[in-house]
Ligand binder design. Structure first.
Ligand SMILES: C[S@@+](CC[C@H](N)C(=O)[O-])C[C@H]1O[C@@H](n2cnc3c(N)ncnc32)[C@H](O)[C@@H]1O
Length: 226
């Protein structure tokens, strides 16, 4: 392992616990939209150097990371939900992946500036409590020139968007805090320290967690950090 400093994640008093035992127990049995499953390889392609996965859940990415490793890889993951984290630790063992797995939130990452070559987020920005703070942290911990790869479902237009706004209050209760309506792409594109390499809208997936968008941003060499 490199010299990443193991600081403990700090939590302010108003941050509620991320603790969804039922959602974690069901997560691996929920039907994953084909568009998501097919794209996990996109997130994990040609990984080498130092990589961080945000909100790794039950570790569904880990087998793809094993397949996608293209050189020396030091893999880190954070997950604040203890139920998810326990399953992720088992998944790492089963996949034969050495993971430095920590209890932390994307909004307050326990790593120094400029630590990672790649940061991965797979359906996480729908769920984090403060997506703007989380994106600031991604830009902070990426090395200049490092990649932020994401796969997210985002708010839809038209009747789907109206349906999402109606369902959102119930959905976030049953789906571990997931929001259906976030404008995640605009948030990413607007960040001054991150340059867009590519963003693709995939097929419409399964309503209401649709459309699904994947992309890669790169930390600018001279990027302005907030
Ligand atoms: C929809 S699940 C996705 C899990 C995994 N990334 C995957 O691809 O299957 C969202 C995950 O984000 C986690 N999460 C919730 N709040 C978070 C936060 N503030 N920072 C990081 N992860 C968070 C949840 O516990 C959950 O594991």
């Amino acid at each position: 392992m490199s010299d990443l400093t193991p600081e403990s994640a700090t939590r302010s008093a108003d941050e509620h616990e991320v603790d969804h035992p039922l959602f974690a127990a069901c997560y691996d049995f929920l039907p994953e939209p084909e568009a998501l499953e097919a794209e996990r390889g996109y997130l994990a392609r040609n990984l080498s150097g130092c990589a961080l996965e945000l909100g790794c859940g039950t570790g569904d990415m880990f087998p793809f990371v094993v397949d996608g490793t293209a050189g020396d890889l030091e893999y880190h993951a954070i997950e604040p939900d203890p139920n998810m984290r326990k399953r992720a630790a088992e998944a790492a063992r089963e996949a034969g992946l050495a993971v430095d797995l920590r209890d932390a939130r994307a909004e307050s990452l326990p790593y120094p500036d400029d630590s990672f070559d790649v940061v991965l987020a797979g359906v996480v920005f729908c769920t984090v409590q403060d997506p703007d703070a989380a994106l600031e942290e991604v830009a902070r911990v990426l090395k200049p020139g490092g990649e932020f790869r994401f796969l997210e479902h985002v708010g839809a237009d038209g009747w789907r968007g109206s349906g999402q706004r109606l369902l959102d209050p119930v959905w976030k209760r049953v789906a571990g805090g997931c929001h259906l309506t976030r404008d995640t792409v605009t948030r990413f594109v607007d960040h001054e320290a991150l340059a867009v390499e590519e963003i693709d809208r995939l097929d419409d997936g399964v309503f209401p967690a649709t459309p699904i968008v994947r992309g890669t941003l790169r930390r600018r060499q001279d990027g302005v950090l907030g």
